[in-house]
Design a protein around this ligand. Sequence first.
Ligand code: UPG
Ligand code: MN
Length: 732
Amino acid sequence: MANTKSSCLPLYEKVFHKNTYHRALDVIILFLLLCLLFYRLSTLKNHGFAWFLAFLCESCFTFIWILIVNCKWTPLTYKTYPQRLQERIQELPPVDMFVTTADAELEPPIITVNTVLSLLAVDYPVHKLACYVSDDACSPLNFYSLVEASKFAKLWVPFCKKYNVQIRAPFRYFPDSEPSDSSSGELLQDWKNMKKEYEKLSQNIEHAAKRSSLFDLTGEMTVFSNTERMNHPTIVKVISENRGGLSDEIPHLVYISREKRPKHPHHYKAGAMNVLTRVSGLMTNAPFMLNVDCDMYANNPEIVLQAMCLHLGSKNENEFAFIQSPQYFYDRPENLCILNEYIGKGIVGIQGPFYQGTGAFHRRDVVYGLCLDQIEHQGNIVEDELLKKFGNSKEFIKSAAQTLEGKTGGYSSNISRSLDEAHRVADCGYEYGSSWGDEVGCLYGATAEDNLTGLVIHSKGWRSGYCLPIPHAFLGCASPSGPAGMRQQKRWATGLLEILFSKRNPILATLIGKLQFRQCLAYLWILTWGLRSIPELCYIALPAYCIITNSTFLPKVQEPTVLIPLALFVIYKLYTLLEYIQAGLSIRSWWVNNCMARIVTTSAWLFGLVNAALEQFGFSEAVFEITQKIHRPSDVDEVMFDDSPFFVPGTTIILVHLAAWATGLLRLQSQGAHGSGLGDYFCSVYVVLCFFPFLRGLFMTGKKGIPWSTICKSTALALLFVQWCKMMSSVN
Ligand SMILES: O=c1ccn([C@@H]2O[C@H](COP(=O)(O)OP(=O)(O)O[C@H]3O[C@H](CO)[C@@H](O)[C@H](O)[C@H]3O)[C@@H](O)[C@H]2O)c(=O)[nH]1
Ligand SMILES: [Mn+2]
């Protein structure tokens, strides 16, 4: 009885967020921006170069603001009811879970192991789950760690379920989970045993890491002998197989290191994802696939149930192509928080969130290229067509046809059976002549493969869903600060521009595809990150330029029109501050992020733009540099320097403004009168405050100090700039 009743209740509901005052503020800011532009335009002929440049920059900012307002306009979230889903337990579909790792040093195996353990232990019938780990490092250490982890998992998973443990990644669970004295003796005993076992596991892995060059490559490990990271055959190993008996308490666990050969492009993460998709297609062929980066452990044990509420809950079960949960970080809880809170939820209300590369539950048939309007005629698929599309594996094609016909793969108790074929589909030549990476799977052609793949799915008319449970679904390591963080931001900026400059760009997708117009604007907001560096850099240089050339780019203090830029500045800053406070963040993190945004835009994104331009003209090739995953101490707000070019723009900006102040002061002494106004000086001081870490870095040593080589380069650039300003002022 309860069953029939529960099957009528919805599995999720839409929650529209009323945001009248956000909208009002958004519109006020837009209005002020337009006033400013109008004022500039109407007074253009009375002013010089600075005025014109300010007009150009502000036009860009207005355009970006329109994109942002569009993103934020109709926020939406979904409320899910996993307990209702659980009451229909027999109907739960299988889910394949993918973890990608690519470097045993930058991505320590213990982190990957924790992610895998958290996935193996989620609240979902174990025999409906399979976990596939792709190791692009081809590291025996990774394999060894996973084998050890699977032994530990056989204790850990039952323990988590027995005591309903909330955080199922042991490295996050143990430090602060000691049961209180009042808890049952059994729990205390079990907890202590588990802790001891986990310590043993991490020690084993640590020891193995220390002697990893001397790994004993015998037995199971012989496959790793004579392998190099970029030159080795496919390795697929079933680490743990769930044969469906009662004693099998953990899901299937499979290790995959796809074939790599020096002359074959491997397409980085996208390539790894496609191999995972094919191997899992042969072994378990679940209709849904979750993928996470190796550092993104499942923080909410209900996450699979939550996502399934969305996938299975819509009336025709065809609403969403994928369900995305936002990225959050355990070591920097505030990072990305604002982005997820306002822009993220806003995009959910348009066509759905972007695919973020991790924390997403994809429908397998959509990944295989299914369009929304093809659902009706899934029945008649010709084998030849399939061969052309999916490559030359009869077995894989059989499974793909099943998927496209909507027949969900049943539970596979014997996955080792498919091992031979699995090796074949993971070979580096398998994709030649097929549609993998082009029409099928994760798409190639941009280092931001996630955005590209999601965009193409949206272009086919699909929507995506958003899963925002409490506690957060997945938590990972925050982006590092300093040079490594800059490299990551640069890769993103480049990768996003690669999409913008490609034939898959959102504008074409709206014109000839099914991408909604507002979703197109949302994509433009993210894809143009790299382009923003130019107006931002110009605007930051403007106050210095004006002070040096004794001109101004703002109305005089006594003119009433000065109120427009003043109001814009004050309202915008207070507005963003309010957003932080509403999200429960501190004023300090608001200020730090405000400064970091300026620094990243003018350095990492600038180099991202240069990089993307070079690629367009064939001078450089896209690479995916892996980001280091480490536990960081809490002084992460500090900007760390090295001699990479990333820190040249910031240092130059500081030097240029200091030079401007000196020029201004000298002029004040000699002439008294002044062409630049208070506004120019105020802006200059504000810029210096934003780039304060660089000012401090000039006088510090070690990682917090700017190296001499950078200072020299920046001084040369700053001198050039000052010289150019002088030239300009003598022309006028
Ligand atoms: O050749 C490669 C390179 C990377 N990876 C994996 O890709 C994931 C992401 O790499 P990471 O260095 O952590 O990059 P991030 O910039 O942190 O990743 C973000 O940005 C990527 C590109 O936009 C997305 O793919 C990611 O999901 C998203 O978290 C990791 O699990 C890597 O192991 C591979 O499997 N093979
Ligand atoms: Mn990452």
